[in-house]
Design a binder for this molecule. Structure first.
Ligand code: ADP
Ligand code: MG
Length: 389
């Protein structure tokens, strides 16, 4: 057997998906022939294991057809790209990172923050999705200007709606306008899972998730379904809001979700006519809470009429008026969040394998004490404040 015979046999091996063979591509090298044993290398450009396997199988077949006995095909493929270094359960593995946006109560600007941070991340070159997981008050479609649009259905999957360069999905886009649903524990879990599994999200760098207010089934289900890379808490500066926000930060701690920081929203007021900043609800009052949870305030967003108007009219300030003070602060906050995400991944990522409790399908996960008899029909978990009553 000669090198020419081997090359001619290998030139019958097409590169998977192409009409050219691996010899013509110039991928074959280091051919060593020892009597009827052949060893060679193939340098390929794809990291997909199925490509390597097909080349190896086809090469074996062609070489054996010309009398080779032992064939050793060393495939040199680039390493799989580091999707995310996270571990544990992930029902949406094409999404590299998950950012959970939380608040202790409603009305503090959680959706406004989610929208503007998502747009800021996209402006910084990331491939971004925005999931409105606030099934009680899905406001994202209006804020993103897509409240008239219905998503396309592809087989049994739903395509996210595109707006401002971001992929968006919301219960509001799936329901009739003004319709309301009463959510029980098991339904919440199912909805969150479907948002991750049955929506055709692309390969995203990050999915920003606007959670319902509080700490309950939705938060727990999310943390069990995907490894949440970082959590962000939105608060307003008043003492009563801070009390609730503390619970949101404590939840991140209990779920082992790294905290990317706090956004103090409605922090001061910028008068549209003069541009002068006034202190209304207080300002910087969340600093002691940030210290307590070893995190930082990553933005103080003032009350600006254009933020409210942007929300109501579906024209987010960070997109429409990027030179405004608030847009600049959202951009800085997004850069800080991304730096945290990169650092977390460089240090081994997050692991949600230990997020407890894990419950059988259809059973509410909101009770932290494992029930002796899992409630099947009645999802109420018997603890207050979990959102499943
Ligand atoms: N910094 C801000 N300046 C002015 N209006 C704001 C600001 N943040 C939020 N809003 C407005 O306050 C209302 C509540 O905000 P929203 O994001 O819906 O809160 P949440 O999602 O926490 O319930 C919305 O009308 C929004 O446009
Ligand atoms: Mg909201």
């Amino acid at each position: 057997m000669t090198e020419e015979n081997v090359k001619s046999a290998l030139s019958k091996v097409l590169y998977p998906g192409f009409t050219k063979d691996i010899v013509t591509f110039g991928f074959v090298n280091n051919i060593i022939i020892d009597a009827n044993d052949v060893t060679f290398s193939v340098d390929i450009t794809s990291s997909a294991p199925e490509v390597a396997k097909q080349i190896s199988d086809d090469a074996n077949q062609e070489l054996k057809a010309i009398g080779a006995i032992n064939v050793t095909c060393n495939i040199k493929a680039p390493k799989m790209p580091r999707e995310s270094s996270s571990h544990g359960k992930n029902i949406a593995p094409q999404i590299k990172n998950f950012l959970m946006v939380s608040s202790g109560k409603g009305g503090v600007g959680k959706s406004t923050t989610s929208v503007n941070i998502a747009i800021a991340l996209a402006a910084q070159g990331k491939k971004v999705g925005l999931l409105d997981a606030d099934i009680y008050g899905p406001n994202i479609p209006r804020m993103m200007g897509i409240d008239d649009l219905k998503p396309e259905v592809n087989g049994n999957k739903v395509l996210p709606i595109k707006a401002y360069g971001i992929e968006v999905m919301s219960m509001g886009s799936l329901m009739e306008p003004g319709q309301s649903l009463i959510w029980r524990g098991a339904m919440i879990m199912k909805a969150i899972e479907q948002f991750l599994r049955d929506i055709l999200w692309s390969e995203l760098d990050v999915l920003v998730i606007d959670m319902p207010p509080g700490t309950g089934d939705a938060q727990l289900t999310l943390a069990q379904s995907v490894p949440v890379t970082v959590g962000l808490t939105v608060t307003t500066p008043q003492g009563v809001s801070l009390d609730d926000s503390r619970r949101s930060l404590d939840m991140f701690k209990k779920l082992n979700i790294p905290i990317a920081g706090i956004i103090e929203n409605m922090s001061g007021f910028i008068a549209p006519d003069t541009g002068v900043e006034y202190d209304i609800f207080g300002k910087g009052t969340s600093q002691p809470m940030a210290d307590e949870f070893k995190t930082k305030i990553i933005a103080e967003i003032p009350i600006e009429p254009s933020i409210r108007i942007g929300g109501d009219e579906g024209k987010p300030i960070t997109f429409i008026n990027p030179s405004s003070e608030s847009a600049k602060r959202y951009m800085a906050a997004a850069a800080s969040i991304w730096a945290d995400i990169e650092e977390i991944n460089a240090n081994g990522g997050v692991d949600n394998a230990a997020v407890q409790p894990t419950t059988p399908p259809g059973v509410s996960a909101c009770s932290t004490a494992a029930p002796k008899q899992a409630p099947k029909e009645k999802e109420s978990c018997g603890t207050g404040g979990c959102g499943c009553h």
